[in-house]
Design a protein around this ligand. Structure first.
Ligand code: UDP
Ligand code: MG
Length: 309
């Protein structure tokens, strides 16, 4: 019988775990597969680890967990879970039941048909989400799909089932700055997206503020595109052209009306501030990439395990 690994990153999810496990069990016990769970405790400060220990004691052969020494972020959790998983198929799920387990049989039947290497879930609405947050998300997908070769499907969640071959490909990308949404697409393979309606989390609160999501989006863009680096070149070129036009204008005016005086200092200050701003912006963009290079060259591990069962 084929084995399915269920990888679940958890950060402060003590209320969600006791709801998640029975909900998934109900679905998978009816499926013709062996199942193993890999929960990742991402440095939670609540009783998450205690909940995971309890589950492991109930079913030590099937329920496993990796516990980090501190919070390393969901991306690190996913990576650790994928590394630990031994199944022929691996599914990545959130513990808050926003990734409904009811779809597992449909995902499984699609992936075992042999036609696809990956079956992902794509939400078709954003019910229950703040308008401003949805607007920013839409803009993010627009921008990244315009400037990066790696296309990211709007609304696609991390909820996806992959073949062993694809999991190995994902693991072969050992980069420090991990943007899974991009990595899953970058490795290629054939992915089928099943649409579904958004579900709100069962318990606890999301850790993702609008500001954190915004930073995540900026990271995603800098991890998968070099387009922002070209901005400096384009803006430099543009200001050079504008300044030549200005120079010609001043010269011609001086020749035609010799008595005309120089421009006022106000416009001068505006121009200086404008150019200074652009320079700082470009420096900042370059700085972000240098920061990423810096972190990568240190070759630090992506996570540190304190306990594994
Ligand atoms: N998560 C994690 N580490 C973090 C933040 C979140 O492992 O630093 C987990 C969290 O426990 C959940 C999943 O990632 O299982 C998705 O998080 P959340 O529900 O907060 O995000 P959203 O669904 O709002 O995108
Ligand atoms: Mg969630």
């Amino acid at each position: 019988m084929a084995k399915l690994s269920i990888v679940v990153p958890c950060y402060n999810e003590q209320e969600a775990i006791p709801l998640f496990y029975p909900a998934v069990e109900k679905v998978v016990t009816a499926m013709p597969i062996d199942v193993e769970y890999w929960f990742v405790n991402d440095g939670s400060s609540d009783g998450t680890l205690a909940e995971l220990r309890k589950l492991h004691e109930q079913d030590p052969a099937r329920v496993h967990y990796v516990s980090f020494s501190r919070n390393f972020g969901k991306e690190a959790g996913l990576y650790a879970g994928l590394q630990a998983a031994t199944g022929d198929y691996v599914v990545v799920m959130d513990v808050d039941l926003q990734d409904p387990p009811e779809y597992l049989p449909e995902m499984y039947s699609n992936i075992t048909s042999g036609e696809y290497d990956c079956v992902g879930m794509r939400r078709t609405d954003r019910k229950g989400e703040a308008k401003f947050k949805s607007f920013l998300s839409d803009q993010f997908y627009n921008v990244i799909n315009k400037i990066s070769d790696t296309k990211i499907v709007s609304g696609a969640r991390d909820y996806r089932m992959m073949t062993r071959q694809m999991v190995d490909a994902v693991l072969s990308l050992t980069e420090y700055n991990r943007f899974s949404k991009g990595i899953f697409n970058w490795v290629g393979f054939k992915t089928k997206y099943l649409p579904y309606k958004n579900v709100e989390r069962v318990a606890g609160t999301t850790d993702w503020s609008t500001w954190k999501l915004f930073k995540y989006a900026v990271d995603g863009i800098t991890d998968f595109s070099e387009a922002p680096l070209a901005l400096a070149t384009w803006m430099g070129g543009l200001t050079a052209v504008v300044s030549i036009i200005g120079l010609i204008f001043v010269l011609v005016r001086k020749l035609v009306i010799p008595a005309s005086s120089a421009f006022g200092w106000a416009s001068m200050v505006c121009i200086i501030l404008f150019l200074g701003g652009i320079q700082l912006l470009c420096l900042g963009i370059v700085g972000r990439y240098i920061g990423k290079i810096y972190m990568q060259t240190k070759k630090r591990p992506i996570y540190i395990i304190k306990e594994k069962k």
